[in-house]
Ligand binder design. Structure first.
Ligand code: NAD
Length: 395
């Protein structure tokens, strides 16, 4: 099969197996080039391990910290006629690389919100790892079925309180127009908290703790984005922000519940990056394109892997981690520098369809987006016939 990208709106419906494998390898090479992460965890569970921040964290844990990993993801396997999802190919490539390097590594492809998945993880930890010393919670999902009631909740990306009108870029047509989003009602807010809030993180930590598969001094971290003025109406102060606020509550509750083990739960605030999750959020593609332009000029541009490395070295495994007053690790410090935000804010009203490629790094955004699916990667022959049926022994 000759595989070319099939982009529909803000998603790409196929993926390139060799491109994904090379993308994973490039991130492994980056981490190896940084040297060893001192005092890092040696046994790590990553929930949401196959793309974006979860994948980068798994790579940092293994190739920087020397960790065995168990990963959980929800990905589409390939068929003879249809490629797998990118996360499937990424995880298959990660497993090969990690095992070749001598690390234990297994991946469960299933619904992390379900009790059955939690049970499976626990029995695999008991059998092969005994205990884990770091749990990374990096899920991004539009829906969640509550394991207790069987009710499925959908999240919404809407402002809270009042409607919000802002400049929005259609990444397909490259049209920029004013987009008005009506405010969410109470039910939509509650449902988004149910999907992306802290409840499932707590259920995971409760189940792992009860099964005694957490080591003494175990750490756990869940990821959030806070952003600044430009993104607050659609992120920080919107439905997704409400859900993310609930992570702060959960972090405090989990830390209290792990007290007898000397365990610690933190929320980690990461910068905006191009991922499958962020490309679905209105305003974000334009904001990220502008931010990348400014940060590349400043020499402070970072993607998932650089952020994951700094999370490990400057926060998780640093004697004096960069924490804010709410006990959150801050790895978004470069994005939120006042001078950086001021430049982005000054450019924002000037952006138009005519100057999109001069004022913003939309070219970089598009390339980055395609790379998520294994396209546009140096060294990959996209005219070659490739077999989509990559074999992976996911559980
Ligand atoms: P992503 O879409 O790249 O990754 C999501 C992961 O969750 C994938 O591994 C996917 O397989 C997994 N997943 C989704 N539903 C699942 C399910 N039901 N069961 C098992 N696995 C499932 O997203 P991302 O952008 O890397 O986001 C990860 C976290 O980082 C999120 O909490 C997000 O809010 C946060 N974050 C993202 C950004 C950003 O700009 N992308 C910034 C800061 C924080």
């Amino acid at each position: 099969m000759i595989i070319k990208p099939k982009v529909r709106g803000f998603i790409c419906t196929n993926a390139h197996p060799q491109g994904c494998a090379t993308h994973v390898q490039n991130q492994i090479d980056y981490i190896k080039g940084q040297g060893t992460i001192a005092t890092s965890a040696k046994k790590v569970l990553i929930i949401g391990c196959s793309t974006g921040y979860g994948l980068a964290s798994r790579i940092a844990a293994t190739f920087g910290g020397g960790a065995d990993t168990l990963g959980v993801c929800f990905e589409r396997p390939p068929t003879e006629r249809k490629t797998a999802s990118a996360g499937y190919y990424n995880s298959a490539a990660f497993e090969v690389a990690a095992r070749d390097a001598g690390f234990y590594c297994e991946t469960i492809n299933g619904d992390a919100f379900a009790d059955a998945c939690k049970d499976q993880v626990i029995s695999m930890i008991k059998e092969k790892m005994q205990q884990v010393d770091l749990v990374i919670y990096s899920l991004a999902s539009p829906r969640r079925t509550d394991p207790k009631t069987g009710i499925t909740y959908n999240s919404t990306l809407k402002p809270v309180g009042k409607s919000y009108t802002a400049k929005n870029l259609n990444t397909d047509s490259l049209k920029i127009s004013e987009l008005t989003l009506d405010p969410a009602n109470d039910e939509e807010i509650a449902n988004t908290v149910k999907v992306m809030g802290g409840e499932d993180w707590e259920l995971w930590m409760e189940a792992l703790s009860e099964a005694d598969v957490l080591s003494q001094g175990c750490k756990t971290v869940a990821y959030t984005y806070l952003g600044e003025k430009l993104t607050w109406p659609i992120y920080g102060h919107a439905t997704i922000g409400k859900a993310k606020e609930d992570l702060d509550r959960a972090a405090t509750a989990i830390t209290a519940s792990l007290a007898n083990k000397g365990g610690q739960a933190n929320v980690a605030v990461l910068k905006a990056v191009v991922t499958q999750a962020s490309s679905a959020i209105p305003i974000m593609p334009l904001y990220i394109s502008l931010m990348a332009k400014v940060m590349k000029e400043e020499g402070s541009h970072e993607d998932c892997i650089e952020q994951a490395y700094r999370l490990f070295t400057e926060c998780l495994y640093h004697g004096e981690p960069r924490l804010d007053k709410d006990n959150r690790f801050r790895v978004d410090n470069l994005e939120l520098r006042p001078e950086t935000q001021a430049k982005i804010e000054a450019l924002w009203p000037q952006v138009s369809e005519e100057n999109l490629f001069e004022l913003t790094d939309f070219k970089g955004y598009s390339e980055n987006f395609l790379r998520l699916f294994g396209f546009g990667i140096d060294g990959v022959d996209y005219d070659a016939d490739v077999d989509p049926m990559v074999v992976a022994d996911f559980k």
